[in-house]
Ligand binder design. Structure first.
Ligand code: G3H
Ligand code: ZN
Length: 286
């Protein structure tokens, strides 16, 4: 059973904490994320990007994996399954498949088109009790060297009025690793938006933002913080370290067993997520 997260994120906004949204890629990521949520007794949002779904064999494979692991691991905390940065077709497909939440990312469209398409997705999703996240302004792309664009208060009002359940805002945040000369989050704009709309606000590009800025953003109205790159870095570092330390053990210790090779990285994701939960202030459910 998947939770649509509506109450979870409303509570977070009201009480000034955030709930993490973590991207999965495969079995190891899925288990690592669910493990950290269960150990901390906190609700969790697992999200699947279009690229990750393609890698896993489609949106249905990803959904089945998450649901089957919730079952197999006996997970008792609420889990939201969200399509991350979906285009119109992907959002419709995930609604039909029964994802409990979808993000329709229309940032590349004109505001009018983004709003019109978002409204269509809201209608389809809400008929089925599915939550919708929209994007206004633009999240920067460090890897693509694409600059971000500040979300406007006017757009925030229009998208909130369209009935979206969560709103991702460009506030100087960037996907991927932050450049050394990054100027930081635009708290003035975040505050203006938060004062104008009561919908839970989403901070994309959560990896690599200093702790004090994450906490300040949450105090101003951010209720969902998206983390992807951080887990990739944690997985990579732990895996490299393990490979280096065990490079001569292949023959003797069955060092070629993938279940051994992938374990340190998987555990590093769980550890990284548990630390992030303390930054976000996500309370335990009991
Ligand atoms: O939608 C997912 C994210 O915004 C994650 O960004 O890879 O910079 O943590 P990140
Ligand atoms: Zn994002």
């Amino acid at each position: 059973y998947l939770d649509n997260g509506n109450q979870i994120f409303k509570d977070a906004r009201k009480n000034h904490y955030a709930v993490g949204a973590y991207n999965t890629n495969n079995l190891e990521w899925t288990r690592a994320i669910l493990q950290a949520a269960e150990e901390t007794r906190t609700p969790v949002l697992i999200q699947v990007s279009m690229g990750a779904a393609k890698y896993m064999g489609g949106y249905k494979v990803a959904k089945d994996l998450v649901e089957d692991e919730i079952d197999a691991m006996d997970i008792s905390v609420p889990v939201v399954l969200n399509l991350d940065h979906g285009d119109f077709e992907a959002a419709k497909e995930c609604i039909a498949l029964g994802y409990s939440s979808v993000m329709f990312d229309g940032h590349a469209l004109s505001t009018e088109e983004n709003l019109a398409k978002t409204k269509e997705i809201v209608k389809l999703a809400h008929e089925r009790g599915i939550s919708v996240e929209a994007e206004i302004g633009k999240i920067g792309e460090n890897q693509g060297a694409e600059g971000g664009e500040l979300a406007s208060v006017e757009d925030a009002k229009a998208f909130a009025a369209a009935g979206v359940d969560k709103l991702a805002c460009g506030i100087g945040n960037i996907h991927g690793v932050y450049p050394a000369d990054w100027k930081g989050l635009n708290f003035d704009r975040l505050k203006e938006i938060a004062d104008a709309v009561s919908v839970p606000l989403v901070l994309h590009g959560g990896s690599g933002i200093p702790e004090d800025q994450v906490k300040k953003a949450i105090s101003l109205g951010i209720s969902k913080v998206n983390i992807n790159t951080e887990f990739q870095l944690a997985f990579q570092a732990a895996t490299r370290k393990y490979f280096e330390a065990h490079k001569d053990e292949d023959k003797d210790n069955k060092g070629y067993d993938p279940r051994k090779l992938l374990l340190p990285g998987t555990e590093a994701i769980t550890a990284s997520m548990k630390e992030m939960i303390t930054w976000l202030g996500t309370p335990s459910i009991d």
